[in-house]
Design a binder for this molecule. Sequence first.
Ligand code: ZN
Length: 220
Amino acid sequence: MASNRRTFLAATAVGALAAAPPPTATVPRPCPATARAALDQLLAGNRRFAAGRPLHPHESGGIRRALAAGQQPFAVIVGCIDSRVPPELVFDQGLGDLLCTRTAGEVLDEAVLGSIQYGVEELRIPLVLVLGHERCGAIAATLDHLRSGVPVPGHLELLVAEIAPAVHRTRAVPGDWAEHAMRAHTAWVRDVIRADPAFTAAHVDAARFDLDTGLVNLLP
Ligand SMILES: [Zn+2]
């Protein structure tokens, strides 16, 4: 990621070796500063990841010290807790780049929405990306529950209740029910965020991560 941010961080990192940045220092608006540029950077990083050629950017001690005074991530990722879909790795980004909320099946609740709002309003992040993925366990658990009728225990009830509408909507669609339900649910989460006046300052998209290829593709 070339750009002013890179230059700033490099310069600051060198300076940080001699002296810590003052407490009032802030990290300037990074490039990318627009939603389109943010999305391009995410997808470019994902292509590196999928090709097995990640850069693992922004992980050095210098970057860490430069960011100690403040953060200015360029995208909010609303993703699943699945251990195979860590956003920083999937998008080949590093420290200070992404603000991530992760719940099973990227289910929303007030804590998640408040966290997204913090990113959009306080940190002025231009892009929110909802990231669903292939063979999601939360989707599979909801399908199993609806097929079997067996109640889900404890806190899992919330997850099933949030995912069930998308599962119902896709019941009659030919093909892979779990895949259709995942796409419908991910798009629905995107639409909920889009419709919320708290997030009008940001562009909101949805995408699907393919476990087999490692590629992320936007959902319609
Ligand atoms: Zn999942």
